[in-house]
Design a protein around this ligand. Structure first.
Ligand SMILES: Nc1ncnc2c1ncn2[C@@H]1O[C@H](COP(=O)(O)OP(=O)(O)OP(=O)(O)O)[C@@H](O)[C@H]1O
Length: 357
């Protein structure tokens, strides 16, 4: 897939209305706070990307709305994607017709790599679950539906847990009435029904993602990467643990096991990367995870998504930079941003949101 042209109005500090990168590698170069990240974010969003943070802050200071329009070329022909951002939300259009994010997910879109990805390795489990959820939701309508039904059941169970807890003199929850226990029993079965499928869909995707991440890591650095999920996919064990943990759950007013507590365990040479890896190794793992995402989407769509790399040089030694550049150069199109040029491909300079067209 190729981005032919991005047009924008009122997106953060961006000023030039049109960005038209050529095929192959393009690097957007500029000093700090000139708008490099903003430009990559605009491209990602125009192509239907997930919002990583708030919507309103993307609209230029003092303006009511922002607008992005992307013309892309895919193996099936050209398409036009448009998104309007206002304080109320965002509206997408595909070839002039209103489109949902689900419809946009039929296109390969873009994968944005950046320094924040370090959180995938060093951050809390939510970051890694979100990574899996966003990726799986792109492939599978069933996953999206299971996830929303599971979340609804979880909310209900937690509401019952909160309302059912009656502390006894020993501070325990034995005083929960039998009606509470009965309705928790119903929600346990709902959680197991949807949760087991979520966990097994995650496991199936991980079986495809892991070899791609290992391959990407080996290209960047020496060492054997491995990915595992922490929660069991066995429905009987899941149900048993829900029942075993009921007392604790009543006291906490929250459910302590299930897909919402799952974690992607990242191992380098068999040891947990977040605890034993160097910062450079963790950065390389984060990069390998995103490159694996890019390769998996490529397999799925039979066409490479646009690769966007923010701060392409950051915290990477020459070997790692070389490997990243080699991958980016092998693609129909990749757009890098940073303080320096890689010495190859096209260069577009940016200053105070202005670049030459
Ligand atoms: N809604 C907005 N309206 C106008 N300007 C904004 C808005 N949001 C952010 N900015 C400004 O955009 C500028 C550029 O931000 P950006 O993150 O793109 O810089 P960058 O070139 O990637 O810099 P760095 O190299 O430091 O990461 C910042 O100075 C910021 O204040």
């Amino acid at each position: 897939m190729r981005l032919l042209r991005l047009r924008q109005k009122n997106f953060r500090n961006l000023f030039t209305p049109v960005f038209a990168p050529g095929p192959g590698l393009t690097t957007v170069v500029g000093g700090n706070a000139q708008g490099k990240t903003n430009l990559l974010e605009a491209i990602e969003l125009a192509l239907g990307g997930e919002l990583r943070n708030g919507l309103a802050e993307r609209i230029a200071f003092g303006q009511g709305e922002a607008w992005l329009h992307a013309e892309i070329e895919t193996q099936f022909g050209n398409s036009r994607l448009e998104v309007k951002l206002s304080r109320e939300g965002r509206e997408h259009r595909l070839n002039e017709a209103p489109a949902s994010l689900r419809e946009l997910a039929q296109l390969p879109g873009a994968v944005l790599l950046g320094p924040d990805d370090l959180e995938l390795v060093l951050g809390p489990p939510e970051e890694r679950r979100r990574f899996l959820d966003v990726l799986l939701s792109r492939f599978s309508a069933r996953y999206r539906s299971m996830l929303s039904q599971y979340n609804r059941a979880l909310q209900q169970r937690n509401a019952v847990l909160k309302s059912g807890f009656r502390p006894t003199s020993r501070g325990q929850g034995e005083g929960a009435p039998s009606s509470t226990r009965a309705s928790i029993g119903i929600w346990n079965h709902e959680l197991v029904k949807y949760g087991s499928e979520i966990l097994s869909l995650r496991r199936r995707m991980l079986a495809k993602l892991t070899p791609l991440a290992r391959e990407a890591y080996r290209e960047l650095a020496p060492g054997e990467l491995n990915l595992e999920l922490s929660e069991t996919t066995d429905p009987d064990r899941f149900l048993q643990t829900l029942e075993d943990n009921l007392q604790d759950d009543l006291q906490r007013g929250a459910t302590s096991v299930g897909p919402h507590r799952d974690d992607l365990v990242i191992l380098l040479e068999g040891r947990e990367a977040a605890r034993f890896g160097s910062r450079g190794e963790c950065r390389s793992i984060a990069l390998a995870l995103r490159l694996a995402e890019h390769r998996l989407l490529w397999q799925h769509y039979e066409e490479a998504p646009l690769l966007l790399v923010d701060e392409w040089h950051s915290e990477l030694d020459n070997r790692r930079r070389g490997a990243l550049l080699a991958y980016a150069q092998s693609l129909p199109q990749a757009i890098l941003a940073g303080l320096e040029t890689p010495g190859t491909g096209a260069v577009i300079e940016i200053e105070a949101g202005v670049w030459s067209v």
